[in-house]
Design a protein around this ligand. Sequence first.
Ligand code: PMP
Length: 361
Amino acid sequence: MADFSQLPIRDDLRGLTPYGAPQNTVRVALNVNENTHPIPEDVARDIVESIAGAILTVNRYPDREFTELRESLARYLNEETPDAQLGADHIWAANGSNEVLQQILQAFGGPGRTVLGFPPTYSMHSIISAGTGTQWIAGERDEQYTLTPETVTRWIEQTDPDLVFLCSPNNPTGTPLSLETIEAAYAASRGIVVVDEAYAEFAPSELPTAVSLLEGRERLIVSRTMSKAFAFAGARVGYLAADPAVSDALRLVRLPYHLSALTQAAAVAALRHAPEMLAMVGDIREQRDRLIVELEKLGYAPLPSWSNFVLFGGVDDPNAVFEALLEQDILIRDVGIPNHLRVTAGTAAETTVFLEALARL
Ligand code: PMP
């Protein structure tokens, strides 16, 4: 990487490393927790028709308020959490939940402010903090990467952060986070509490998510994405649910027309087909549970997971295993946790290819 000696880059960006999951073209890509099932063809056709309609007026700027999309997202969340009774004004969206998180930090973080997170967690949380000049405070987790109400409370009391980032379930560990821990974090802090629920749809479906906690908690933000369960990663649509005042704050930092007319049309059409788009979630959960069982049989130590991936320990040389799998055209992820690797739950066939290759090593 460049040392920037010739460029007047910000001092606080010198020496940092960009997000860099490899993008190799491989037969079996199980490295970035995508939904590896393609979307159903009839749904794809309907989405294309909607995009085709939108392109006829692409000479004009898109709806800056993306109202139809926000209404569609509110309906989707209300199906899941009927008591939430969200309207469009509780919803905000952007190009991926990464952009949503960046806008949150632009509005509520920034120079002189701090954000508390609990590594190992989603690497972009600290990278976006750096990009927005917000100081990242690394808290510590309990046994097996869990997070109890007592631990978050203690860290918040000791560090008094402007924002708290929680990840439920956590990436890269898959660890569930209890609603009690989120409630405790909110009660202990004076700042914004963000719950990143990128993988929420893979958790046991009968259990409530943090969306059920929004009522009466004006500083709580639940961030979601269409990139994972919804199989829409390439379209770049993330969103949040929160008190309407949060959207008012984000309007101050977002770029005008940040969601293209094509993105809005595609996402609204996809949300019309939510049940079909989500049809593979059950299958993916099955493959995740199968990974846990089979990895254990192979002598590894997989962690409990409520997401669409599994972190497993007991790997003597993660780099050697990663490379040996890559030689067989299988890409998984070394997330930098000693003796651990992470694998996404793919289709049954992809899971089989991975497990058989691993067993042969
Ligand atoms: N949050 C978490 C925990 C993630 O793992 C990811 C993607 N890997 C994201 C947010 C961002 O996803 P997107 O920008 O595609 O919505």
